[in-house]
Every structure is written in C-alpha cells, then in structure tokens.
Design a binder for this molecule. Sequence first.
Ligand code: HAM
Length: 417
Amino acid sequence: MRHKALKGIQDILHPETFIWQRLEAIARGVFRAYGYSEIRLPIIESTEIFQRSIGETTDIVEKEMYTFTDKGGRSVTLRPEGTAPFVRAFVEHHLYNEPPPQKYYYMGPMFRYERPQSGRQRQFYQIGAEALGVEEPVIDAEVIAMLSVLLNRIGIKDIEFEVTSIGCSKCRPDYKNALKESLKEKLNLFCEDCKRRYEANPLRILDCKVKTCVDARQGSPSVTGFLCDDCKVHFNGVQHYLKLLNVHYVINPNLVRGLDYYTRTAFEVKSSLLGAQNAVAAGGRYGSLVEEFGGPGTPGIGFAIGVERIISLISEPSAGAKGPDIFLCSMGHGAEEKILVLAGQLRREGLWAEINYDKSSLRSQMRRADRMRAKTVIVVGEDELKKNTATIKDMQDKKEFKVPLEAEEILKIIKEK
Ligand code: HAM
C-alpha cells in the first residue's frame, strides 16, 4: 500500500532543503548580531496555553487547532504558533530574572487546521523572535528593523511593512463600544460567527474573511482614532525610531491581527508577489502575556516569518545548491578498495567525497558525477593503481592531469581551487 503525506502537509526535499539551510543560517547570523539567543520549544503543549493567550474567539482557537486527548486524558495541542509556548517557557524557567531585554529566537514547524491553498499549509515553518522587558518604543522599531535586515539579506524584494497601534486595555474599551455602535444596525448582515463575536469579542469581527462580513463592516471606525495619550506617544515614538533606522513602512489603521494578545504596536510584512496569503511575516507587542502566564509584569514584542512563503519568493530556490567536492571513480577491485579508503581520508578533512558502490562502467560513473554536479572527478583504474597515480579532472574547465594517489596531494589540489 502506498501512503501520502497528509493534506496540507509537505515533505521538503533536496535541493530545496539547501535554500532552507541557507535561510536559517542567515537568520542565525542576523539574530546573533542583535544579541538574540536560540530557544528550542516543544511542538506540543497543553491546550490551555493557546486558548488563553491567542484568545477563545479567534479563528485559530475556534477552528484551527490540532487538539486531542493524550493517553493520560490530558487535552494537548500541536502548537499553532510560537509566542505562547515561548512565554510559557519564559515564565517556567524564570528567564525574567536575567537583566532585560531578554532576547530569544526560535525556528520550527507550526500546525493550523486551515483549508490548504497556495501559501497556506497545515504544517508550516516559522522563524520567530521575541524581545522582553522593554516598554520603550525604541525596541519595537529595532525589532521591525531587524526583520527588515533579515528579509533584505535573504534577498526578498517587493515587500511592504504595514504598521499600526491597536491600543491598550485603557483605550480599547472605548473603541470596542464605538465599533459595536457602528455595527449595531447592520448586525443581521453578518455571519452567525460574527453575531456571536459581537457580544463576546467584537474586535474579531474585523478579522472575519466571509465576503458579506467584509462588505458590511466597511466604514466602521478604526482603532487608531481611539488611542489614549500614552498609546499615541508610544506609537509616535515607534514611528520616530523607524525613520531613524531607515525602515520604510506605511501606517495601516485597519490592520487586524488574528491573535488576541497584542497591545499597541502591530505589524505585517506583505508581498505584492503573493496571492491572497500575502503576509510573509507579522508580529507585535504584547503587554500582559507574561503576567497572564503567572510571571511578573514584563512587556514583550516579536514577530514570526512564514518560511514557506519566503521560500516561494526566492526565484530559483535550488540555484547554488552544491554538488560533491570530489567524485572518485574506480575500475577494478583493487581500485575500488583504494578509493574507499581515500574517500574516508578526504571526508575526515571535511570534504564531500562521493564514490561508486557497484560495478558500473566508467562512463556511467562519470555520468553520475556530472548529474550530481561534482566539482572534481578522480579516476583510479588498475593501471593507475600500479603506478600509484590518479587522473584528476576539473569538471568546470574539463582539464585533466595526473596526481600522486595520496590523500594529502589530492587535498592540496582541491584546497588550492
Ligand atoms: P501569525 O501572523 O499568525 O503570527 O503568523 C506569522 C506568519 O506565519 C504569517 O505572516 C505567515 O507568513 C505564516 N503563516 C501563518 N499561517 C500560515 C499557514 N497556514 N501556512 C503558511 N504560513 C503561515 C504569529 O504566529 C505570531 N506568533 C507572531 C508573533 C511573534 N507575534 C509576536 N511575536
């Protein structure tokens, strides 16, 4: 019986894995420069962690979580995002005792039971960063600037940073009331979910994707018009520092995030080259999440990049994928054994050395070397073995010459290249 990966869940194959590794290496380099340390978080957590933080009435919690009961009768969930598990770990390990800012990054798969389509998988990867312990707007700008540097270094073009402030617990009640007031007369036009959200969490109506709801909420007030003085000062500060750091952005007062934990700064990076799923990265500030998880009042801000979406923007993902440093061809039993030992010596020096494992002809070995894009080929036949020499061929310029059949000599030649 043949099996297939589950719907919306993909294998990532060579040579695409090459670009994943490159992207991860670039991210690690940028995070290091900004002083972020890696944290490796579990893929599975207790369900409550997500329900409370992401919000009971969000699409993620209501419809998209991979939740099941484990053999011990506990409700567990495959993480749909990284911020809640991060904050859980931050509090569990008392990371708040470190002097602020505490800066961490993570990489790995996330799971959301969404309808799969281009740019939307059920298992997808994020690279995320979180900075905690700083209330001042300078860190918001720096986090966004770091994201901009990272995307730039990966070579992503045609993107736009959209930034807004969604207020705090002080100003949001006024906005909620104004929003409810503006939607009151039109409530019958909304879907059943939105009718429920109207009482439970009216802000979530702004995130509903149903066409009639999108149309019906046109013209409703935006939160930026209701910011309290402290939020206004904070948002002005963020913009000041973004300009100072030369980050190009637009203010989108209608930006809505799909998670409830945000306060003040929220942002998304959108690509004009993607279709409906055009956000390549997104994030924002969360003022009370650490406290909600039982830690001391510690503000945080972060973002997550959608790795598959970024990869889809890289025009030739496999370009630059490397082939072996050296392919060792052999003819005859003695030569086979010689290159087996030789390959081991070269590999110990860190070279990617490939050999042949069957009795195929020299021609077919050369073909394999070519297909693998080997940079150099060495041929050892019975004759060469007797003279303790090998024929070495540069696969770029096709030049051939004889070398002593010694690992040190071969190494020297390859390193010189
Ligand atoms: P998010 O906006 O839910 O935020 O996800 C961040 C990014 O993950 C999106 O912009 C998108 O690129 C990618 N993404 C989300 N869902 C999918 C999917 N089904 N398929 C493919 N890619 C997807 C968060 O997750 C927050 N935790 C970000 C954050 C960190 N906020 C503060 N710190």
